[in-house]
Design a binder for this molecule. Structure first.
Ligand code: MG
Length: 380
């Protein structure tokens, strides 16, 4: 069976305390383009069946704050191998067929590399990206060149490294310990590992200069777009409302042709707006009976798909709901998680907040709910 994103788990290892990169925090928590290195690495695996992030036990709270509900967090062990082992144990019996294991300090892993690793896992091989060594290799001693080393057949190993889940779990359970990476664990168990093409940009943040380089790689040739959206739906008889994908029990409902998810409609229009690509009404005419009662997820996924097809990623989205009731605060994180899931972006890129209109106007008279949204799109 081919390895698909849906049937594959991602394990992202970020439990180390490596301080070679300098700064006041471990490298996976240092800022890259305004957010932690780790959140870039996690986002690359959005759409995988399960995403497990291994953190240092002291970092679990920070992990929840940054990564939210979109991933499973697990505490690491004293070695990298022990950390991976903890994550694999958690995935035992999860129904996932394969697993990709990735360094949390490699924030620039591309979709192409992930696809190459997944593609090589069929039929049952393990696979890992690497680059052939092209520079001359020397052995040095006391600051001088002490001899040349043949580079034929030598590769620089990268991650994600991909395996059958059961096979790599069994290999970790049988390994005596001390392996440098999961390929070594797999090979010790007799699993063949194919080499797929890595990428120069898939750097591991190790030294202070690496962060500067990663910033540069992320920032080149940028096309940045902003869009806004606004929507209103009136209250009607009912027992719940659906806001930003979350069903909330309420003493009335919202009137609309679809599920009347006013927040999701505003956000969908913000994305269309950034693309200068019309609005919901143009793509999903209310006169068309097939959208009656539709889940608004269809609209938002369509807008996100139009953005992706034109090479844009959604850098962030911000939704404001204007109503006196229901209370939004207790549901805001669930709404953020749902919008992030539909758009295929990180939880930390989505904001949902609410305000009242001080009992003024139609929202103040509890006649309906208004929503405003902004979305930014980036093509890098
Ligand atoms: Mg609407």
């Amino acid at each position: 069976m081919p390895a698909t994103r849906e049937s594959t788990a991602a394990v992202i290892v970020a439990a180390g305390r490596g301080e070679r990169a300098g700064g006041d925090r471990p490298k996976q928590w240092q800022a890259l383009a305004g957010r932690p290195v780790l959140s870039h690495a996690v986002e690359a695996f959005s759409g995988f069946g399960r995403v497990v992030v291994v953190l240092h036990p002291d970092d679990m709270e920070k992990g929840v704050a940054v990564l939210g509900g979109q991933v499973t967090l697990v505490a690491g062990g004293t070695t990298r191998a022990a950390s991976v082992h903890n994550a694999l144990d958690l995935l035992d019996g999860s129904g996932m067929t394969h697993v990709l294991i990735h360094d949390g300090a490699r924030p620039l892993v591309s979709r192409d590399i992930i696809d190459r690793v997944l593609g090589a896992l069929d039929p049952g091989l393990a696979a890992a990206p690497a680059l052939p060594v092209t520079d001359a290799l020397w052995r040095g001693a006391e600051g001088n060149v002490a001899g040349a080393v043949a580079r034929d057949g030598l590769f620089r190993a990268q991650t994600p490294q991909g395996f059958g889940l059961d096979a790599i779990l069994a290999a970790h359970r049988a390994h005596p310990g001390g392996a440098a990476d999961d390929v070594e664990v797999a090979r010790h168990a007799g699993i063949a590992v194919a080499i797929v093409q890595g990428a120069e940009d898939n750097i591991k943040i190790t030294w202070p200069d690496d962060l500067v380089r990663a910033e540069r790689l992320l920032g080149r040739d940028m096309d940045v777009r902003l869009g806004n959206g606004y929507d209103v739906h009136a209250f009607c008889a009912g027992d719940h409302v659906t806001l930003c994908g979350v069903r909330i029990a309420h003493d009335c409902g919202l009137l609309g042709h679809s599920d009347a998810d006013v927040g999701m409609h505003a956000l969908t229009d913000a994305i269309y707006g950034a693309l200068a690509d019309g609005d919901i009404g143009r793509h999903f005419p209310p006169s068309d009976p097939q959208w009656k009662g539709a889940a608004s997820e269809i609209f938002l996924a369509h807008a996100a798909g139009r953005a992706a097809a034109r090479g844009f990623r959604i850098a962030n989205a911000d939704v404001t709901l204007v109503c006196e009731a229901p209370k939004i605060g207790p549901h805001a994180d669930a709404m953020r998680a749902e919008l992030a899931r539909i758009m295929g972006i990180g939880f930390d890129r989505v904001s949902v907040k609410a305000t009242t209109s001080e009992r003024l106007g139609f929202t103040g008279r509890r006649e309906g709910i208004a929503a405003l949204a902004t979305a930014s799109l980036v093509k890098a």
